[in-house]
Ligand binder design. Sequence first.
Ligand code: PLP
Ligand code: TYF
Length: 396
Amino acid sequence: MFSALKPLPTDPILGLMAAFKQDTNPNKIDLGVGVYKDEQGNTPVLRAVKKAEAFRLENETTKSYIGLAGNLDFCQKMESLLLGEHKALLANRVRTAQTPGGTGSLRVAAEFIKRCNTNATVWVTTPTWANHISLFEAAGLGVKEYPYYDYENKDLLFNEMIDTLKSVSKGDVVLIHACCHNPSGMDLNAEQWEVFAELAKDVGFTVLVDIAYQGFGTSLDADAAGLRLLADTVDELIICSSCSKNFGLYRERVGACSIISENAATADVSNSVLLSVVRSIYSMPPAHGADIVATILGSNELTQEWHQELDEMRGRINEFRGLIKTRLAEAGVEQDFSFIERQHGMFSFLGLNKEQIERLKTEYAIYMVGSSRVNVAGISHGNMDYFVNAMVNVLK
Ligand code: PLP
Ligand code: TYF
């Protein structure tokens, strides 16, 4: 039966990662995949994670099955990290399942949406993380896009976004990135979040908040402010979170799917469906990564150390957002790159065309996604001159 299969293209972002590895140019720069890198270009295991892992090795007492929702201590701590001391938590309206990464969470959410409404359409930003589209389609949901990023003015298309969302059906879902929008880095401001939240309430669509970069934009709390405002305003919400970036746990696959329901009783019903979905896909999540997160969040000392490390990562990203703008201007580049400083998280579009992107790759071994999305964390003091020089040449 396998002979009927046709080969399919691989993920272009992950493909870029492989191509970069094979490039022998000693000056090569990887601005592709969204993984944090330090000044040396490494993605180290966080110190707080190392300590929590050492603790776990000593203190783990069983490898018995963990249960459908995974580590319940982790789930509760994630709810607090996401929502703070929110009234929805006090009213016992939130239920969370630990999932295999943010992607696992999104897939669980997709199946959950399908159980709510088989005909639901999920609305995603133009552009969005490519996996969003394939993942919801794979779950049999319709996917439509709403205007989001203004490539020309390097800003939000906020009025167009709101106009489009006014006509979304009540049974549909609108996915919004909580912070550090992937791929544009362009986020809603506080006022815009308010308008969006009121619209969700008035129109009656359900919001799915994808929060994969909490702490990478402004701070842990500020990056969740839009999410919390939404939770203040609407009765129901789906939250897909990931610990891949902020805890640097990428390959351990740690995330969570949280459902906020109208009241404690409906939350129990939602939870039963959530867990039934989990059971039908992978039964239970892996234990290691979530245990590390729970250990860190359960210790004041480790939490403090993690906050410091997160501040370092965010600080480096923001420092280089400023430096890219300044250095390109100093080098005489005419185009205005000040938008990079107004955007958040690891990603921004440089606004280059296909030919310029190709030249950067073939002539300079500088790798970025075909949309000209760069991972700012790939730039360092060590490769900045080389990057600026290459940019000056391809922008001539
Ligand atoms: N959502 C967004 C917007 C992302 O950029 C990513 C990828 O890193 C994810 C979700 C999923 O992250 P992961 O499955 O690695 O936890
Ligand atoms: O957009 C990125 O680069 C990150 C990492 O299939 C990623 O979100 C990219 C592709 C993929 C999984 C993770």
